[in-house]
Each structure stands twice: as C-alpha cells, then as structure tokens.
Design a protein around this ligand. Structure first.
Ligand code: CP
Length: 304
C-alpha cells in the first residue's frame, strides 16, 4: 500500500497488523525510537487541527524522524493560488511521507496523483478521516478485544461528521455488527453510506433521533460534535448544536461495560461530569491515536 486515502485502502488483515504493531509500540516505545532516523514527515494542514497534526508530529519524532509543514493554508503558497497537485509534487522533493488535511473532499486523492511519496488523508471536508478511524478501531480493540457482535450507536452530526463515515466503512466488514444512527433529521447519514455500504452489505441499522431510548442496547456510544464549519447557515447551526448533550442521568440504562468514544474536539456534547465515568474512553482514544499513527508511518515507509 502506498497511500491511505480511504479506510478501505486497508483490508481487515492490514488493519489487524497495524493494531498489533501499535500495541507493541505502546508497550515498548524505546524499541522503535530510531526506526525513522533520517526520514521526514510533512504535515500539510489547510484546516485547523490539534490531535491529528500534533499526534502525527509526535509520532514521527518518537520514531526518530523529523517534521516539516504548515498548520494553516494562509502560511503556504495556497494563499497565492497554488494548486494542491503542485504543492504536493514539490513537497515530495522535501519529505518522505505527507499527511494532508484539506476542507475540500477528495483533495488528498488529487494530491496522491501527483505525489512521489506516500500520502495520508488526515481529513478531507465532510468526507473521510481514515486515521481517526484507525484510532477508533485501536481504541475499540483495546476496550472490547475485537469488533464482531457489537452494537454501535453513532450520535450527533452524521451528515457532515467525516469520522462517522469512515468508521462505518471500516466496521461494516466485521461479523454481526449493528449500527444505531442517532441524529436530528437534518443531520442524518448521507444516502451514499446507506445505499453503498449498509444496504449493499445487508448490515442491520436503525435510524432514530432519541438517544435515551436506545441507550440500553449499545456496546459503543460514539458521540460527535455538530460540524459548524460545514454549515451554510449559522442559524441552523445554533438550532442544532445542542441536539445531544450526554449527562450522567442519560446513562442510567446504559450497559456497565459501555465504551463512550468521541473523536474530539468536544464542544458541548458530553458533560465534563462524564469524564470521571470509567466508561469514558475519549481521552484514551486521543492518546491511542499517536501509537496507531506511528504504526501507520512505519508501514507506509516500509520500515521493518
Ligand atoms: N479528531 C480530530 O480530527 O481532531 P483534530 O481536528 O483536533 O485533529
């Protein structure tokens, strides 16, 4: 594999290998601390990020490599009108691997066509976020020991939430997985996910707007924020932003071994009181992201 543009670029076996490698790195980071000596990662972030960019950068430093890049499009020549294709072609001369986030869907794929080094999609518009999905899968694996026979509640902005789209694509490949899709009707999952994944592969799913009524069925609750930056109209955002706020009373009927995930950043979807609940996994999830990205960098650079 040369690039990671969609989570489906990785088959189930490759995902398992990455998870096993991330687990090994987590247990013995010193053994991996020189693996990328002399290598450079370029982080090209045309959109804001805390976790994805900094965990990629921490990952490369902890592998003994170096990092170049930019964290906003205004500090790159994109502000002068340079195309993604030209930007990536040039940066391929300076770095061994590129992680790119862009507000336009498909931009990392366009970049991959002109790059001569591996390209990682670090989030493209409201489309996909495959390395967040690897982070989510690593977290679910650590919490549940596998992916079969899980009922997963995805809650919030399922229309624009790219992490949800990639996670459904990934989990749809495991046995007896059920999805409960919880959102206001304005923010339901895109039709292409319903038709080309859920219906096509006969995956059981339910759509509802009522989180509390389905709480007792869930093994995983994946909360998401309403994606303000994707709305055309601020009034709609204001009306929908607090559709779901997870508070302790809403967990009364939840399973004792429920795992609560959130890709973060959190705005108001999970009350801070939940942070003390042993079922809250979202900060562990952010930590896991660094190790799975270390594993991904090693794989794409074909480092033994
Ligand atoms: N989860 C995630 O993508 O976070 P950032 O936007 O901070 O990178």
């Amino acid at each position: 594999m040369k690039n990671l543009i969609s989570i489906t670029d990785l088959d189930v076996k490759e995902i398992e290998e990455l998870i096993i490698l991330a687990d090994k790195i987590m247990k013995n980071p010193v053994a991996y601390s020189q693996k990328c000596q002399g290598k450079k990662l370029a982080t090209l972030f045309f959109e804001p990020s805390t976790r994805t960019r900094l965990s990629f950068e921490a990952a490369m430093y902890e592998l003994g490599g170096n990092v170049i890049g930019f964290s906003e499009s205004n500090s790159s020549s994109a502000a002068k009108g340079e195309s993604v294709a030209d930007t990536v072609k040039v940066i391929s001369y300076y770095a061994d691997i590129i992680a790119m986030r862009h507000p336009k869907e498909g931009a990392p794929l366009v970049g991959a066509m002109s790059a001569s080094v591996p390209i990682i999609n670090a989030g493209d518009g409201g489309h996909n976020h495959p390395t967040q999905t690897l982070t989510d899968l690593f977290t679910i694996y650590r919490e549940k020991g596998g992916f079969d026979n899980l009922t997963i509640g995805l809650c919030g902005d399922l229309k624009f939430g790219r992490t949800v789209h990639s996670l459904i694509l990934a989990l749809a490949r495991y046995k007896n997985v059920k999805f409960i899709l919880i959102s206001p009707w304005e923010l339901t999952i895109p039709d292409y996910i319903k038709h080309e994944v859920l219906k096509k592969y006969n995956i059981e799913y339910v759509e509802t707007s009522d989180l509390v009524s389905v709480m007792n069925a869930l093994d995983i609750l994946y909360m998401t924020r309403v994606q303000r930056e994707r709305f055309f109209n601020e009034a709609d955002y204001i009306r929908l932003k607090d559709s779901y706020v997870l508070t302790p009373n809403k967990l009364e009927n939840a399973k004792k071994d429920l795992s609560i995930l959130h890709p973060l950043p959190r705005v108001n979807e999970i009350s801070v009181e939940i942070d003390r609940d042993s079922r809250a996994c979202y900060f562990k999830q952010a930590q896991n992201g660094k190790y799975i990205r270390m594993a991904l960098i090693l794989k794409l650079l074909e480092v033994e």
